[in-house]
Design a protein around this ligand. Structure first.
Ligand SMILES: C[S@@+](CC[C@H](N)C(=O)[O-])C[C@H]1O[C@@H](n2cnc3c(N)ncnc32)[C@H](O)[C@@H]1O
Length: 245
């Protein structure tokens, strides 16, 4: 059953994006506007490079294994923030067949196309074009909110507001898991990390923050039981729980 708020969210399966809260109308116009504005992740080449590199990266697989083990037993709903090609949402759906509602949001058309292909006719899943700079409140509440390597693209102030929105949108006792790229302790350690994941530099839009600071922000945002569940160099799995109301 959709909440009134969620029913009002312009959604779509596959591409042909909804009007976005930033005023875009329709996928072609919105994509063209973003391309002209130089917004990241609209380039199919960037998406393909990332997806190819990440596919077989052992530390990512380790982080995902910990994430999978940490999932609550019988969640009914999940929201994936910055879903990319839907890899994390798919992992959750595979691990937890109790899920009947999955919402995967991202603003990149090439990524959304892949997510739409991945989920095909799966009626549990909706793939929605959405900018994480805009409030997620309209999507309703969830037992699980997850994100993979996406929130570090947002400015720090927005990260903190997003954490507060996540805290509000979680059902009591629900979990937020953020598998993320974080700021290393020193520039030299960051360089080692980048080399270990097959990169020479960060993306220009990266706004990296240490795992410790993000954990503090999550706590300040109203999440409880905040902790770093797993860490490997600059990768971290941060987790926090929704408070009971
Ligand atoms: C490194 S990819 C990660 C994709 C996927 N979550 C994963 O785990 O592989 C980062 C994703 O964040 C999305 N993203 C970055 N900034 C965004 C924003 N402001 N709103 C929505 N999505 C955004 C990009 O489009 C891209 O799909």
């Amino acid at each position: 059953m959709l909440s009134m708020r969620e029913a009002n969210v312009p959604v779509k399966r596959g591409l042909g994006a909804p009007p976005s809260p930033t005023g875009h109308n329709g996928s072609v116009d919105a994509a063209a506007a973003d391309l002209m504005a130089g917004v990241g992740w609209n380039e199919p080449a960037q998406a393909v490079e990332y997806l190819d590199r990440i596919a077989g990266l052992p530390p990512r697989a380790q982080g995902e294994a910990v994430f999978r083990d940490a999932l609550p037993e019988r969640p009914r709903s999940v929201l994936d923030l910055g879903c990319g090609d839907g890899r994390l949402a798919a992992l959750v759906l595979d691990a937890r067949p109790s899920i009947t509602r999955a919402v995967a949001i991202d603003r990149s058309p090439p990524m959304l196309e892949r997510a739409a292909e991945r989920f095909g006719l799966d009626d549990r899943v909706r793939v929605i074009r959405w900018d994480l700079n805009d409030s997620i409140r309209a999507f309703g509440t969830f037992d699980l909110v997850v994100s993979g390597f996406a929130i570090h693209h947002l400015e720090d102030e927005r990260k903190q507001r997003l954490f507060a929105e996540v805290a509000r949108q979680l059902e009591p006792g629900g979990w937020f898991f953020n598998l993320e790229v974080t700021k290393s302790s020193t520039p030299a350690l960051h360089q080692h990390f980048l080399e270990a994941i097959g990169r020479t530099e960060d993306d220009p839009e990266d706004r990296l923050v240490s795992a410790e600071t993000q954990a503090e922000w999550m706590h300040d945002a109203g999440l409880t039981d905040v902790h770093c569940r797993w860490r490997w160099r600059g990768f971290a799995l941060l987790a926090g729980r929704g408070r009971s109301r």
